[in-house]
Each structure stands twice: as C-alpha cells, then as structure tokens.
Ligand binder design. Structure first.
Ligand code: 6PG
Length: 240
C-alpha cells in the first residue's frame, strides 16, 4: 500500500496524524503504544509536528514507549545521533515519562550494544516475540532501511532481534528483519527526488532483499504503508 503526498510537508503532517491515531488505538486496546522510530532526516518534520501545539492532546504520551529501529554508535551530543534528532524534534517537548524512552546506547562496541538492546527488548516484551505497534522506517538511496545495508549479514539474520553493523562509519546497531516483520504496522517515510530511482527499484524491480534490504520488510497484508511525496514517487509507473 502506498500513499503519495504533494510534498514532504504534507507527508510529515499525515505521518504525525497516523502516529497519533495509532497511539490512541493502542492505548485504548492495550494500555500502551510501543513504537520504534526511524532515524535519518526524513522523519524529523513528522516528529516536529507531533510536538506541535496542534497535536498536543492527540497523543496519549503517558502510554507511549519509544524505541529506535537503529542507531549510529556516536555520543548523544553528536548531530548524527538518531536519539538526539528525535529528542530535539519531539521527545524533549512532549510529556512522555523519561523511563519510557529506550535509546540504543552504542558509543562503544556495537556487538555488545546489540546484545544489550536485545536484552532491553526481551525484558520489555518479556521474551514473547516483540510486536511493535508501529515501526517507522526510511529508505536509503542504496535500498537500505534501518541499518540493514545491501549484502550485509545482518540482512539475513533470522535468530537475533538486534544486530551490529561494525563495518559502517560510524558503526551502527539495527533491529533485524524478523523483528521488523513482527510489527503490527510498518510505515516507510520517503521524500525527495533523490529517492525516486531507488523507490522505483524497490517497488517495481526484481525481488532481491539482500541487494535491496527494504524489500525484505514484509510484515503481511495490511500491515505496511509507504508514505511518499510526489518527487519520490515520480519514477513509479503504477501506484497500487
Ligand atoms: C539511519 C536510518 C536510515 C534512514 C535512511 C534514509 O539511521 O540513517 O535509519 O535507514 O532512514 O538512510 O535517511 P534520510 O531520511 O536521511 O534520507
């Protein structure tokens, strides 16, 4: 399922509204909303909208538990930190209980960081398969998502919930496809002309998730939504 928006601002506002609705539903249903945030720059504006006055009161922040789909192994103060971006854009502006924010701490060894984050997830989900209510993802120009990069062993990891990507610069930690595909709902946010070619490849090219890891995100019918702007969608021959 794909929805095309006129521009990145419209996409961001719609993504914020989707987040708020999903949070309300989950809070009503289960008393909590468990979300994994995407990194990179595309989601920033959606996070800013969620912290905006207009959205105040629409998100049951007291029931929200925030995790990340991936992180760069840099200090929080580093501008490349996904946790820093989410705090600046949203988390420091909303009344979410601090103990319900679960950053991936990986300034040191990414393998140890991956093990630690997996322990955090296992403790939170109490060993049941971790089903996030919502996972937000971006799309890299090489077809990566989270920090699942083309031809990296983490892409084919089937046992671990969290994997290390020590080869990246900076090194990274990422949720694995089995966890992403366990989610109740996955939403990709893709904007900008530079994403047009890879979006067309991912959508209309051959199925090769090792080469284009975003193709490996297949949580099942009705559980994945691609929210893209017109520039990114320009290469698509058909919208389905
Ligand atoms: C990261 C993200 C990564 C990102 C894509 C798109 O930590 O970099 O998890 O998967 O979503 O690279 O990034 P942009 O939104 O900046 O284009």
């Amino acid at each position: 399922m794909i929805r095309v928006f006129p521009d990145a601002e419209a996409l961001s506002r719609a993504a914020a509204a989707l987040f708020a609705r999903a949070a309300q539903r989950a809070a009503r249903r289960a008393g909590r909303f468990v979300v994994a945030l995407a990194g990179g720059q595309t989601p920033r504006r959606a996070y800013e909208w969620l912290a905006h006055l207009e959205c105040q009161g629409t998100v049951p922040w007291e029931a929200v538990h925030v995790f990340w789909g991936d992180e760069r192994c840099v200090p929080f103060e580093d501008p490349r930190s996904n946790a820093r971006m989410a705090h600046e854009a949203m988390l420091q502006h909303v009344p979410i209980p601090p103990h319900q924010i679960h950053p991936i701490r990986c300034e040191g060894d990414p393998e140890a960081a991956a093990d630690r984050y997996e322990a955090v997830l296992r403790a939170f989900f109490r060993e049941a398969p971790p089903q996030f209510d919502l996972i937000l993802l971006g799309l890299g120009e090489d077809g990566h998502t989270a920090s699942l990069f083309p031809f990296h062993p983490a892409v084919t990891e089937q046992r671990r919930w969290v994997a290390a990507v020590p080869e990246a610069d900076p090194p990274r930690v990422t949720l694995t496809l089995p966890i992403l595909n366990q989610a109740h709902r996955v939403v990709f946010l893709v904007a900008g002309a530079r994403k047009a070619e890879i979006l067309r490849t991912v959508w209309e090219g051959p199925f090769d998730p090792l080469r284009w890891p975003a193709q490996g995100v297949r949580p099942g019918p009705g559980r994945i939504l691609w929210m893209v702007d017109a520039e990114a969608a320009a290469g698509l021959s058909r919208i389905r």
